[in-house]
Structures are given as C-alpha cells and as structure tokens.
Design a protein around this ligand. Structure first.
Ligand code: PLP
Length: 219
C-alpha cells in the first residue's frame, strides 16, 4: 500500500457512501515508524499525522515542524494529566479525552495557554476492561460535563475490539454523536477504514497500511 492508494480508497468509499469528496480526513499514524518512512510521506505533500504517545511525538515532531510547514498533528493515544500541557502545545487535536480529571485539567490549561486543540471524547464501545474511554452508558453525561467546561469537543473516537465486527461499534459511536449533536467521528484504522467511512467517519487513523508494519507493536 501507499499513501496514494489509501487516498484513492477513501475517495471511493466516500463516493460509494454518497458523501462529498474530501469529507474524510486521513490521519497518517506514524508512531514507531522509522523517520525515513515518515519523511517519504511528508515529501508526498501529506501533512496530517497521528501519534499515540506524547513523549514520542515530542521527540520527533518539533524538528520536522521546522522543516515542513502546515503540520497537523493528532494525539490518538491515552493522555496522562501530567503530560496534558505538552500535548496541548504540540498537537492540533487530541482524540483520547476519557475522564473528568483530564477534562478539568484541559479546561484549566486552556485558560492558562489561551487555546485548546480540537478534542474528541474516546468511547469504549466494546466495554473492554483494558481499554480507555468512557462507557457508552456514561457518554452523554461526560459530553455534557466537557461542554460545561467550555471545551472544544469536535466529536467522538473509538477503537473497536479486535475480534468483533467493527461496523457495530462504528454505528454505536455515530448514534451517540448524533444524539449529542456532535459532527466529528474518529473511527477506522488500516483494516476497516472503508467500513468507517460508510458509517460516517470524519477522521480515519491509518498507520500500517500507509507505512508498512510497525517494527515493534504498540498500543
Ligand atoms: C496505532 C493506532 C492506529 C493505526 O493502526 P493501524 O492498524 O496501523 O492502521 C489507529 N488508532 C490508534 C488509536 C492507534 O493506536
């Protein structure tokens, strides 16, 4: 696969779903990938990337941002409150808002910094114990809590269980977003992004299908 192949497949999925071209943003998930692969994608003009660890992102993106303008960096992995400031200063969007303590920290830092990245609330649609995210039953109240804090919540994010039909999870996420008046849907990875586009994804997070297999597996 290549960046262009993935872009073509997204465009075809948009058309098949009767959605306008360009309605889905491709986040190229560059975590753990060697720098030369990331730079190859940058040199093809792509600017939107995803990382799942603040520390790794902080180690590699400031230098790349100096060399390539217009980088749009998305944090897609769990965020500890003690790394929230760093994440807010480094990233344009955070997809893993999942608990009141983090929401309150982001709200306080927004006052201090004067800006906040676009936020997605992660929903644990599969109710998996080891996975981050609010449970579907708690999503409405947590969304309301984030809105009370005046956080810029763009939408919802999910990572379906590996062994289940992803479309059920994407549909559930879309339903929760719809009843809360949220437009952003961060869902779909290398194996299922076309399904996600069919069910309304606005942001797909695609790593290995663009860059090749990750050398060591992570998150
Ligand atoms: C790694 C990761 C992805 C990308 O996974 P691929 O299967 O390589 O496309 C997407 N979302 C999250 C949250 C991830 O951690």
């Amino acid at each position: 696969m290549s960046l262009q192949d993935i872009k073509t497949r997204i465009a075809n999925a948009e058309t098949a779903a009767g959605r306008p071209q360009g309605s889905v943003k491709l986040i190229a998930v560059s975590k753990v990938q060697p720098n030369e692969r990331v730079e190859a994608v940058l040199q093809q003009g792509h600017r939107c990337f995803g990382e799942n660890r603040v520390q790794e992102a902080a180690g590699k993106w400031p230098a790349l941002k100096e060399r390539y303008s217009g980088i749009d960096l998305h944090l897609i992995g769990p965020l500890q409150t003690n790394k929230a400031r760093q994440a807010m200063e480094l990233c344009n969007a955070i997809h893993s808002v999942d608990r009141p303590k983090l929401a309150k920290t982001l709200a306080r830092l927004t006052q201090e910094i004067g800006a906040c990245p676009d936020l997605f609330i992660q929903v644990n649609t599969g109710e998996e114990e080891q996975k981050a995210g609010v449970l579907p039953s708690g999503a409405d109240s947590f969304i309301a809590e984030c809105r009370d804090l005046e956080l810029p919540v763009l939408g919802l994010m999910c990572i379906p269980p590996v062994d289940e039909e992803p479309s059920l999870h994407f549909a559930l996420l879309a339903k929760i977003a719809d009843r809360n008046g949220l437009e952003g849907l961060s869902m779909g990875m290398s194996g299922d992004f076309e399904t996600a586009v069919a069910l309304g994804a606005t942001h797909v997070r695609v790593g290995s299908a663009i860059f090749g297999e990750r050398v060591k597996s992570q998150g």
